[in-house]
Design a protein around this ligand. Structure first.
Ligand code: NCD
Length: 342
């Protein structure tokens, strides 16, 4: 696809070359994200971060990414803090906000809402998650992280063996990730979920049509053998018709260090889009894995900034200008991979 001036609504827009291009630009952003250099390439530009659903990582990392490129961030969080609460349509909100900004990032609980909003927008819109439908930037950062973890083992994404674990029915990060995996060759997937929370049939069909091997599991332990990556997800409680129904699935699959040691290969990488549910009844990813070097969850969140910087740079057509606006960093910068002394 051409990126400049385009919306990013679904990973279905991308072919493999597009994804590789995003990853190359993301690689280029690393010194800026690591505060080795700063760039002011987007000085004067404004992003509107419109988050009508809870978000920590996606909202803050899109904002940080824009700031790191030198631009300004305007934010609205929650429907009740915006005019949508007064009955304003997505159409009107889009017409208005696109007059105030150069690009808009939007998250909304309704599947398809971000695409509807984008139709009325006068500037590019990036989907920050629309209900249970899609979460393109998350899937890109997940795949970027998988590529990085596999590179460390001299492997590539082709031939990947992955277990997707948890709420595969409502998890939009999983949905977008599966669509991206269809661009690669010879993937084998273990789909591990309660029977009622299996992946939507259309996505499973796409994976099969791409020539990938799928095996379905309804319990954790047999599903986590002989894979390179475990991609664990939270039960998407907010998407269930009732809290009672959501309660049935809480804590059903819990990965901890002892299960990992017993069932996984020594190099198996552990990923999660986060937030992990750390309440005692849930714990799909136990805190006792925090010291496991194969736990890649915070490498994922760090990579989110790189990938989101890349999306902004591509959509706003400044990729080739980034280094021309670079300056040295003048303040103390923490190493981030070492604890600070008191
Ligand atoms: C995910 C989401 O919002 O879909 N979170 C995120 O953006 N990192 C996953 C989740 O909420 O479980």
């Amino acid at each position: 696809m051409k990126f400049v001036g385009h919306h990013i609504l679904s990973v279905s827009q991308f072919d493999r070359a597009d994804v590789e291009q995003i990853f190359d630009v993301a690689d280029h952003m690393r010194p800026y994200a690591m505060r080795k250099r700063i760039t002011r390439v987007l000085e004067g530009a404004i992003v509107s971060n419109m988050f009508f659903e809870p978000s920590t990582r996606t909202r803050v990392s899109f904002g940080s990414a824009f700031n790191l490129l030198g631009g300004e961030v305007r934010e609205t969080t929650e429907v009740k803090a915006s005019a949508l609460a007064k009955g304003e349509s997505l159409y009107d909100t889009a017409r208005v906000l696109s007059g105030y900004s150069d690009v808009i990032v939007m998250r909304h609980p309704e599947p398809g809402s971000v695409a509807e909003f984008a139709q009325a927008s006068r500037v590019p819109v990036i989907n920050g998650g629309d209900g249970s439908n899609e979460h393109p930037s998350q899937a890109l950062l997940d795949l970027y992280t998988m590529r990085q973890e596999l590179q460390a083992q001299d492997r590539s994404l082709d031939g990947l063996r992955i277990a997707l674990i948890g709420d595969l029915k409502y998890g939009r990060a999983v949905h977008s990730l599966c669509k991206l995996l269809c661009l690669y060759d010879d993937i084998s997937l273990h789909l591990v979920s309660p029977p009622e929370l299996e992946i939507p049939a259309g996505i499973a069909d796409d994976l099969t049509a791409a020539g990938h091997q799928i095996e379905v599991f309804h319990s954790l332990e047999p599903g986590i053998h002989e894979v390179d990556i475990l991609y664990v997800t939270r039960t998407q409680e907010e998407r269930f018709p009732s809290q009672d129904e959501a309660n049935r699935y809480r804590g059903l699959f819990r990965l901890n260090q002892s299960i990992y040691t017993q069932h996984c290969e020594p190099n198996t990488v552990i990923m999660h889009p986060l937030p992990r549910d750390s309440r005692a009844q849930a714990q799909e990813l136990d805190d006792d894995l925090n010291q496991n070097p194969n736990l890649a969850i915070f490498r994922q969140t760090d990579n989110g900034v790189l990938v989101r910087m890349a999306l902004f740079a591509l959509v706003l057509d400044v990729v080739d200008e980034v280094d021309n606006h670079a300056k040295p960093v003048t303040w103390f910068t923490a190493k981030r991979n070492e604890p600070l002394r008191p």
